[in-house]
Ligand binder design. Structure first.
Ligand code: C2G
Length: 178
């Protein structure tokens, strides 16, 4: 008799990679054949993964940011964070305490985040939806309605409640008072 074992491995950057393996009892050997290919990260555009994107400065990373990222990631299988560059922040009248590279490194260490890309302009969102094969756009509800005009019909638009009591500005202010 022959035993057929199917091992299906899914990794956060890939869809599923299945190895159909057949244990032949004649030679005791193990012959493996891959029964399907696999697609790598967001750029491959394979639609079996639900892709989410969110935008922000994420300076002085705090638990309000984490709550946002955790809920955003839970809306799909792959989360892209478009991180405001230092130059873009200047346009927002913000000067982040940590540089873009420092903020990017911190975000990439978070289990909910799969890919960090730069946010350079207000208008790049439409292009990003296409470039990263995005299904869901998510922002905190302090932005409610801001992006519906440009994104309506391109993807699902979700505004999630902010964590009210914490903010980067408040942390800076409280630290000044100590
Ligand atoms: N956030 C939150 N709770 C907080 C603070 C922030 O849920 N206490 C959310 C915000 O609503 C936003 C994300 O965390 O969705 C990032 O917040 P910021 O870094 O303040 O981002 P912002 O400066 O609002 O930039 O193009 C959009 C802009 O880049 C958003």
């Amino acid at each position: 008799s022959q035993y057929i074992i199917h091992i299906s491995v899914s990794h956060r950057f890939c869809d599923t990679f299945e190895i159909g393996s057949r244990l032949g009892n004649t030679h005791g050997g193990l012959s493996c054949m891959s029964s399907c290919g696999w697609s790598l990260n967001a750029q491959s555009g394979s639609k079996s993964m639900k892709r989410v994107i969110t935008y922000g400065t994420y300076d002085l990373l705090h638990y309000g940011h984490l709550a946002m990222l955790k809920r955003a990631r839970a809306l799909g299988d792959f989360l892209v964070v478009a991180l405001s560059s230092d130059e873009f922040n200047a346009g927002k009248g913000k000067r982040a305490y940590f540089s873009y590279e420092e903020r990017k490194a911190m975000l990439e260490a978070i289990r909910y985040v799969d890919l960090v890309v730069p946010e350079l302009t207000w208008g790049q969102k439409v292009e990003d939806i296409d470039r990263y094969g995005i299904d869901v756009f998510v922002m905190g509800d302090d932005w409610r309605g801001e992006f519906d005009g440009q994104l309506k019909g391109l993807c699902e638009i979700v505004y999630l409640p902010r964590t009210p009591e914490v903010s980067t500005a408040r942390i800076k202010n409280d630290m000044r008072l100590r």
